[in-house]
Design a protein around this ligand. Structure first.
Ligand code: WQD
Length: 333
């Protein structure tokens, strides 16, 4: 078998997926411009697996550089992680988001076509369900996204569906992630937010580390059991295993398939705080703050399709996610 290209493979989800693929005996090539990650992730992946991925420092929007990569390596499949992902920033800089996220996806697709690579797995997001009613089923009509980041995921999904429709030899899998959290149990790789974290778990970890003095809980008057929002948090190593299963599936099927990667369970913000405190034996000071604009009260996955078709199911519990998130945070300091 040839090699698997991971664009954005130095990032949070890409690096954990690189580990899962290398441990399954696959050869991994990473293309990353390090705009939101660092080179030592390559060494860390090597330390965990005993095998080092090949690394190309490059921007996936650079068609010539990408074409050189495809000429030098025999790429059987690509997993496209590279992209901008900060929701708030996408509202402030929509053109940068549309340019970068759409351009990288199109450049990758065109380069794959020119070099005869037929298999593509795409990092999509539960955000494409918009304001639909959970549990979200893959065949539900996607909703109205609430920000440009979400729309880029929605648009790239559509582009990939159209491309696979036009070329029946293509195999495309769209993976809709719910809320990935936690880190590799070694504490060597994990999520490294730039500046003030937007997402709950990295923020809680920084409060635990004393970098922030308290957590603001965005709203406690939602129509949920304790009034705070429910999310489907999934351990990043479960998510990484999901990519391996999706890749194996895509390598012997054609057409487009969509899979949710979630646990199917909603946890509230207060439950996350409690789980973090219990798993790590510490206290997270928090205050109730006004709701964050654009937040949905409830989001969780329907998981039966991934289980039935891919034979994949998330295994780790909220407690594992909190323990591994804190283990990683401690090693960063
Ligand atoms: C979870 C819950 C907040 C921070 C976002 C994107 C999504 C995807 C993942 C990524 C919510 C509450 C949070 C805080 C809080 N994108 N919260 N205090 O909003 O479900 O999903 O990240 O690449 O597209 O929308 O995740 O972790 O930001 O929030 O109370 O300081 O925690 O209100 O209820 P979200 P999140």
């Amino acid at each position: 078998m040839g090699k698997i290209l991971l664009t954005g493979g130095c990032g949070y989800i890409g690096s954990h997926t690189a580990v899962a693929l290398l441990e399954a005996g696959m050869e991994v090539v990473i293309a990353d411009n390090l705009s939101n990650s660092s080179r030592d992730v390559i060494d860390r992946i090597g330390t965990i697996t005993g095998k080092k991925p090949l690394f190309y420092e490059m921007d996936v929007c650079d068609g010539e550089a990408l074409s050189r990569l495809f000429s030098q390596e025999k790429i059987d499949a690509a997993i496209h992680f590279a992209g901008y992902k900060a929701v708030g920033e996408s509202v402030a800089k929509p053109l940068a988001y549309y340019r970068n996220n759409l351009d990288s996806a199109l450049t990758l697709l065109e380069t794959m076509a020119a070099h005869g690579t037929r298999v593509l797995i795409f990092s999509s997001s539960a955000t494409v369900y918009g304001d639909g009613t959970p549990p979200y089923q893959e065949d539900m009509r996607s909703g109205i996204c609430s920000n440009p980041y979400g729309w880029t995921k929605w648009m790239i999904e559509q582009i990939l569906k159209d491309a696979a429709q036009a070329d029946p030899t293509l195999s495309v899998v769209l993976l809709r992630y719910f809320n990935p959290v936690g880190a590799h149990e070694s504490g060597l790789i994990g999520e490294v937010p730039r500046g003030i974290p937007n997402n709950l778990m990295p923020y809680v970890s920084q409060v635990a580390a004393g970098i922030r003095d308290h957590l603001n809980v965005f709203g406690n008057d939602y129509d949920t059991p304790d009034g705070t929002c429910l999310r489907d948090y999934i351990h990043v190593t479960d998510l990484a295993r999901g990519h391996l299963k999706a890749l194996e599936y895509a390598l012997d099927h054609q057409g487009t398939e969509i899979f949710n990667l979630g646990t199917g369970q909603g946890s509230s913000v207060l439950e996350v705080i409690r789980a973090f405190e219990q798993a790590n034996q510490l206290t997270i000071p928090f205050e109730i703050a006004p709701p964050r604009p654009g937040d949905l009260p409830v989001s969780y996955a329907a998981t039966d399709k991934a289980e039935r078709v891919l034979g994949w199911k998330a295994e780790k519990k909220l407690e594992d996610m909190c323990r591994d998130a804190w283990n990683f945070e401690k090693k960063l300091r």
